[in-house]
Design a protein around this ligand. Structure first.
Ligand code: SF4
Length: 82
């Protein structure tokens, strides 16, 4: 399996890509997210690798502050505890 056939996604981005309707932070983010969601919907052999860091959607996001760092980490990194 080549890296070109793998999309890296944070867990909550599985939901974001399912409901995506073409809106986002800016033009670069929307272009990237449109390309990724299109690939997920049209390439049956595409694999999704779940990552617990910034991912392929974050790459063009203005909220990304560095590798593994999102300006919204306080909201993104919410874990449910019993
Ligand atoms: S950098 Fe943060 S806000 Fe931007 S896509 Fe990634 S998780 Fe979402």
């Amino acid at each position: 399996m080549t890296e070109e056939k793998i999309i890296n996604l944070r867990p909550h981005h599985l939901l974001c890509t399912q409901g995506y309707s073409g809106k986002g932070y800016n033009e670069a983010f929307v272009l990237n997210m449109t390309m990724i969601t299109k690939r997920m919907r049209t390439e049956p052999d595409l694999k999704v690798r779940i990552v617990f860091s910034t991912d392929d959607l974050c790459t063009y996001c203005p909220r990304k502050r560095g590798e593994g760092i999102c300006a919204d980490d306080a909201k993104v990194l919410v874990f449910i505890k019993e």
